[in-house]
Structure formats: structure tokens, C-alpha cells
Write a protein that binds this ligand. Sequence first.
Ligand SMILES: [Zn+2]
Ligand SMILES: [Zn+2]
Length: 285
Amino acid sequence: MRAVVLDENGAPELCDLPDPGGPGVRVRVLGCGLCGSDLEKLGRGGVLGHEVAGVLEDGSRATVMHRVPCGECARCRAGHESTCDAFAEVRIAPGGFAEELRATHVVPLPDAFGELDGVWVEPLACILRAAESVPRGRVLVVGCGAIGQLWVQVLRARGDEVVAVDPRADRLAQARVGDDGASVGAAVVTAHGGVDDALRRLEPGGTLLVFAASDGAVPVALDAVYRNELRVLGSRSATPASFAAAIDLLPELELPPVVTLPLERFAEGVELYRRGEALKVVLTP
Ligand SMILES: [Zn+2]
Ligand SMILES: [Zn+2]
């Protein structure tokens, strides 16, 4: 079975692997989305690929949950499931960029889903969980990549007035969103350029939701946090409940365009994504 996994130096390589065995069921992979968090693992280590559209042995469509909270500990009960100790364990092997994988937690998908639509379930589930922490009203989305574009739609679907910023006009046009420069009650950070501007635009008592990892020090105007009594919070990853919500909402959204490449062209997919030439890369076996 062919799979792209990280070698001992954290470099991705296409290997021929035996059936990974272990717990869980076999999933034949139709496609797997490349996520920003996969790029963070390059040169470091970890399991690549978690945004999976697949088929179970009975022919039914499914996606997988690569991490699962225990649901019972104090952090889970407080709504911080992604910090639960159980959440650290990866539940898929060898990862999503493979012809087949094993997963302990599969989530059935409706037959009506397009063949690769399942790759959007996990990212959308992360957004829906985070959106619960974003007060309704006027919301600024910082960054209009694939994730920012989904955020715009999710917030509009619930009735928010949405404005967005992105250094790239083509992405703002794709998201069909503009910006009047006025103040907002909340801001969602999906990319780190412009965080400080977002903070300064928040109305008193406003919320800044951090939805993207930062690969370096991002300066934050703490004085604005203090004087305007702002709330700064983070949200990372998804829960079983938000997976279910994502599967319900997905058919109503306009999914961003994807560049589909075979596993052999993994490195090219990484470059397209890094250079911003592809909004979303999906690898197919
Ligand atoms: Zn992801
Ligand atoms: Zn827990």
C-alpha cells in the first residue's frame, strides 16, 4: 500500500507499507486535504493527513476523526476538549495520504456527498466549534484562504454581518466579502498578518478568536486588551459534536476550489500551498 509518511528526519517520502494493522477499521482513501498543520510537521515529525474522504469495506462513505477527546475529564467538561490528555493520541495510521488507513473513529457521510467533499468535514468542524465562542453581530475575518472563506459563509449563515481583510484582492473577491474599515464586535484570525489591526478595530468588550497557529512571535497590543476589556481566546481542532454539525451544514456551503494531485506529487502540492498558488490541495491515491 502506497503512503506518504515522514521519515526519521521529518521528510515526507512515498513508501510502500504493509497494512498498518492495529485497532480500528480499514478505510480506503479517496482523497485527503493538505492542512496548514501538516506543513508544521514537516522537518519535525508526526502523522500526516487528517482531512479524509474515504470508503469503508461495505462501500459506504466515511470520514475519520484523527483525535478524540475523552469527553469526561475536567478540560472536556469545560469545553477545552482539544487540550484533553486523550486528545494527544492519534487515532489513524499511517495517516491520510495513503491508499488505505486504519481508524478507530469513523464518521459516516451521506451518499449525496461528492466524492471528495469529505475532506472538508474536519476543517468545517473546527470552524463550527470555534464559532460558538464568537459573539454574533459584526465580525471581521482576518485572512481569506480556504478556511477564511468557509468562516465567512458560516458566519453569514448564522446571520452575522461579515467583513474581511486579506492582502490578496483575488481571495477577497472569491469570498465575496469586503471591508468598510469600521469597528467590529469580534474578529477571527485565520492568518497572522493584520492581527494588531484587528485588535484595534474591536469595540470595547470585543472578542479576538485565534484560529491559526503562529510560527513566530506575533506582537499583540495588550494595551488595547486592557483598556477596552477585550477577550482574546484560542480554538483548535474539532469534537464529535462539531463533526456532526459540519456534516449537516456542508451541503449548504460553496466549497472553495481544490487542486487535486496524486500522492506522487505531494511535494508539489506543498509548494503550491506554501506559495499561495493553491487555496486547497487534495492528494488522491
Ligand atoms: Zn486540518
Ligand atoms: Zn477529556
